[in-house]
Design a protein around this ligand. Sequence first.
Ligand SMILES: Cc1ncc(COP(=O)(O)O)c(C=O)c1O
Length: 388
Amino acid sequence: MANGMDFNFDVCPERSGTDSTKWARYAGRDVLPAWVADMDFASTPVIVDALKQRLEHHVFGYATAHQSTHEAVIAYLARERQWQVEPEWIVFTPALVPCLHGVIRAETPAGGAVITTTPVYPPFLSAPVLSGRTAECVPMVFDAGRWTFDFDALDAAAKRSQAKVFLLCNPHNPLGRVFTREELEKIAEFSARHGLVVCSDEIHCDLVLDPDAHHISYATLGKEVAHNSVSLFAASKTYNTAGLLCGYAVIPDKALRARFRRALAGVANEVNIFGLVALEAAYRHGAPWQRACVEYLRGNLDLVLTEIARTPGVTIAQCPQATYLAWLDARALGVENPAAVFEAGGVGLNNGADFGTPGFVRLNFGCPRERLREILRRIRATAEATKR
Ligand SMILES: Cc1ncc(COP(=O)(O)O)c(C=O)c1O
């Protein structure tokens, strides 16, 4: 029960044959999809009702966010992120991946370098290259029981590459880290030292599972930090509305915002009319569902940890603090492509190589518990057969 509303995450709609990217990949095969980052749950009724109401208008022309959407975003950032933003700082966008390109193109000369850390959400690696730049990758390190930044290596990479942009993922996909104030302050110092603009992708910030972790928006560290930053948000991961194509960048610095807009002009400037409706409904009325979803995901995560502990050759170095994604170390299985092995065993996972780290796989546990149980059973059976 949440605010008098009951949400049942144990039951979800059939997604096969519904144009779902996640399910289409394995159509007609006995492979349970646990890869791309969307959940199998129906979205919250408040979003569905708002979309139905919009549909009844029967006119679906080009969309521009109106004042109440701006107000909903501003109220959300103040309430949930402790960040007071001005309306003109907000740039609506159909999706966040184009924004990575926008920041890179706006702030880095052709052929220049962009720094990021690995493993990381694959577009952080491909966006620099597709935009005609290079990706300078610095591996994350596992230190004192947690994945964190290697600041010496970051300094060396910045010096060597003369990069102008740092791509930050917080909460981190795929490691599930929610970075501490201390870590973020060190990122801010590092970025100031090397004159880097930080693009902080915070799409997973409403999916913090660890009760002791608190998400801090990078730009709230200080005025100077905010002025050298682009922060990316969307309701799409939390409320399962990625197909509605709507997110936004928050860019306090006027000149940076103008360069960003120019870099994306004519390429990614139209937002989806239903996406705007979903975003506003989520931010105004979605919290009870979001809290219930996080609670359910915590239960799923417990199951993942229990079952992976019983799975030979597969470990999780650090329990994810956020997201519905678990980063599994399958190197002890001794196979070149563990994702292919698990796929043959009936589970579709993401291949760690795509995140810059072969030998790992990423598991999406945003699904009904019984399905997750079967996914984990297949993972264990495959690992047992492979280890033998
Ligand atoms: C860190 C991160 N950023 C961005 C995205 C995708 O955003 P969009 O669909 O708005 O391009 C994802 C999707 O998984 C993600 O994990």
